[in-house]
Design a protein. Structure first.
Length: 377
């Protein structure tokens, strides 16, 4: 699941130590040399493509709980991020110069992001998918473009975050309305599908929805906070920051996985799977499948997906980047229907079309950052 920036309403501090509002480069009637440069629409294409790549890989996280339904959500969550942390170890050697630039406060920030945006988020999401299936949690997570865009617009960013060109609500709401309508339509189809199933457990389904809402809370906070750091440090490497989060995820995942193992041993000498059968730790009844899937998701969805989203977050204004999270929803829906081995209904296709229309509208109407040029490798 898993960054977009929060809005920054304050002026950027100047190096001379003068009040920013009096800085000659920020006067309304300054010369062209003193005016903030604008980013042309073609220059946004790399950021949009990075967002598309991130969404395609993040959609894979919805596949794991469906392919391994007998594995508890805790095992899948800690397993995925244990793999992510192990993958980050050799990458840290190549990024050692970039990691050395991080301060103690930066590492603390990476730890917070790893806990909320990785561990807690996926615990909620995996639990939701196991209880409600794939489509409903996917569509609840699909509200993120609307929730994050509105939160980014209303939130006052922390000091140091780069300023975003102002955007009137009248220009923002049409794209949000299209995305929201698409999400609502697909959700309606899935609810009708549930009601037609005589074996459906509405209580379990509702619990899955609540857990997915918890995931939305986590991933509303994470991308805004993550991108605020990136936008406050445009000279830092998005790849190095992704690796730093992987390193901070490793001890959290290791503690969580070991605690889950010890807890299962203490409860019933081996643990219990969701169906009540004995669950063999440490890698479960399908060890090879589990390890392969965890490392695949850890590599593509966790590290590479985070890297691509970091690149997008440094290149795009926050309200635009927020709406491009819809790519994750579209990818996850596609994977879910492939696993279901069925074609989506016409209402679902209309909903997807509305989602895509909302994204296109957003891309064509968003303002751009004054300075988003620093993208060290």
């Amino acid at each position: 699941m898993r960054a977009v920036a929060g809005t920054a309403v304050g002026p950027v501090p100047n190096n001379a130590g003068l009040p920013a509002c009096r800085h000659p480069q920020q006067t309304r009637r300054g010369t062209e040399a003193h005016s903030p440069p604008t980013m042309s629409r073609p220059s946004r294409l790399p950021g949009i493509l990075f967002a598309l790549a991130a969404g395609s890989m993040w959609g894979l996280v919805f596949v794991g709980p469906l392919l391994l339904p007998e594995y508890p959500a805790t095992v899948q969550s800690f397993g995925r991020y244990l793999a992510f942390g192990l993958i980050a170890l050799p990458l840290a050697w190549f990024d050692r110069a970039k990691l050395a630039q991080l301060s103690r406060a930066d590492w603390g920030e990476a730890l917070k992001l790893a806990l909320v945006g990785n561990i807690v988020y996926y615990l909620f999401l995996a639990s939701a998918i196991q209880r409600a299936g794939g489509p409903l949690p996917t569509m609840i997570i699909g509200t993120l473009p609307v929730v994050i865009a509105i939160t980014s617009k209303l939130r006052v960013a922390r000091d140091g975050a780069r300023a975003e060109a102002p955007l009137a609500w009248a220009r923002l709401l049409p794209s949000l309305g299209l995305i929201g309508a698409g999400i609502a339509l697909v959700n309606h189809v899935e609810l009708q599908h549930l009601k037609s199933d005589p074996h459906a457990d509405l209580t379990r389904y509702a619990l899955g929805g609540l857990l997915a809402a918890g995931a939305v809370v986590c991933w509303t906070w994470y991308p805004i906070r993550n991108a605020e750091w990136l936008r406050a440090h445009p000279d830092r490497s998005p790849r190095g920051w992704a690796t730093a989060q992987g390193l901070m995820t490793l001890p959290l995942a290791l503690i969580g996985y070991a605690s889950t193992w010890l807890w299962s041993l203490w409860i019933d000498n081996g643990g219990a799977a969701p169906g009540g059968a004995a669950f063999p730790m440490p890698f479960g009844p399908r060890a090879a499948d589990f390890l392969l899937l965890m490392f695949a998701i850890g590599l593509f969805a966790s590290w590479l997906g985070t890297l691509c989203w970091n690149e997008a977050s440094q290149r795009l204004p926050p309200t635009l980047a927020a709406q491009l999270i819809v790519f994750e929803t579209l990818a996850a829906l596609s994977y879910a229907f492939v696993l279901r081995q069925s074609w989506p209904q016409i209402e679902t296709l209309i909903g997807v079309a509305l989602l895509i229309a909302g994204v296109i509208w957003a891309v064509r109407t968003q303002p751009v950052e004054a300075s988003a040029d620093a993208h060290p490798n």
